[in-house]
Design a protein around this ligand. Structure first.
Ligand SMILES: CC(C)(COP(=O)(O)OP(=O)(O)OC[C@H]1O[C@@H](n2cnc3c(N)ncnc32)[C@H](O)[C@@H]1OP(=O)(O)O)[C@@H](O)C(=O)NCCC(=O)NCCS
Length: 278
């Protein structure tokens, strides 16, 4: 197991992952963020270098995190060889098994390895799967027109309570801390009403994905989420990101928004494997 720390290694890794983005988008997004200032304090673990067969991205070990916080302890995974991934997961100290954590990855072997590992380590296991949508060339994104008079802006710390109240996984101190860190570290975009309160917004997450899209109930169906997704996609693309979104299979409205804008739906689901210590 190796921690890739030199900028030239990380740049080369990003170039390799960009070529296989439709399979590697989770770790590719994490590496893109690391290579653009690493605001979330992540690091990259590989089984070998440069001919890697498995990769995990994780919070840097030097930065202490709350052991019970699944939002703070999120790993990204990708493999070319499933056995190499299993070995990296189970037979190295890449993962801190004394913490609650989530592993994200779009390959079924990542889900299987997590399920088996959780049984072997006697951890409680839960999971959710999402449909990945890859952004097209931003010049091919369908136009979205907003009513005149709306102000595009950015979220700040004063808006985090609202984000935490409206996010289905929010409501806790840990989710509040996570959302505050996203707002602080990554680009986001929102629409403010006449009194300066956000009515629709979208954020970027540590894996280079569009996330937390939300429009207040009384403002839905006016094209706000579509316009913000388009704007943040353009902004991310200008900063050199290959952009994507993850949408729950039951969220038909958000799927339609992605497809309407010209995003490409991938056939395989992306898994969030959650390991609980209790
Ligand atoms: C999903 C969600 C963000 C969509 O927000 P929104 O601002 O209503 O989205 P839009 O207005 O851009 O698009 C929604 C629909 O309105 C339609 N629409 C767009 N502009 C419109 C307009 N001017 N007038 C009427 N309808 C319009 C869109 O075509 C789309 O229709 P469809 O569902 O038939 O495809 C919102 O429903 C929400 O906050 N849901 C809960 C959180 C959530 O699911 N977030 C996504 C996580 S991945």
């Amino acid at each position: 197991m190796l921690i890739l720390s030199s900028p030239s290694q990380l740049q080369l890794l990003e170039e390799m992952l960009r070529k296989i983005h439709s399979q590697s988008f989770v770790v590719c997004g994490a590496v893109m963020n690391i290579n653009r200032g690493n605001p979330f304090d992540y690091e990259v673990i590989v089984d070998s270098w440069p001919e890697f067969k498995a990769i995990l991205t994780r919070p840097r070990r030097e930065v202490p995190t709350d052991d019970s916080d699944i939002f703070a302890n999120i790993y990204g995974a990708f493999y070319r060889d499933q056995d190499a991934y299993r070995t990296l997961l189970l037979e190295s100290d890449a993962v801190n098994w004394s913490q609650c954590f989530t592993i994200r990855g779009s390959q079924d072997g990542i889900y299987e390895a997590s399920l088996n590992a959780a049984a072997a380590k006697q951890m409680r296991f839960s999971s959710a799967s999402y449909i990945p949508y890859l952004s097209p060339d931003p010049n091919k994104l369908r136009e979205c027109k907003l009513d005149a008079g709306f102000r595009l802006s950015s979220l700040n710390h004063s808006h985090v309570d609202l984000l935490n109240e409206t996010w289905p996984y929010g409501g806790s101190k840990q989710s509040h801390r996570y959302l505050a860190k996203l707002v602080r570290c990554f680009p986001n975009i929102c629409i403010l009403d006449a009194s300066g309160h956000p009515i629709s917004w979208i954020l970027m997450d540590p894996f280079g994905s569009g996330a937390h899209s939300y429009t207040l109930q009384s403002h839905r169906g006016r094209g706000y989420a579509s316009a913000l997704l388009r704007s943040l996609t353009m902004q991310a693309s200008t900063a050199g990101y290959l952009w994507y979104s993850l949408v729950a299979p039951e969220n038909i409205r958000m799927q339609k928004i992605q497809e309407h804008l010209g995003y490409q739906r991938l056939p395989d689901l992306c898994h969030f494997c959650v390991h609980h210590t209790v």
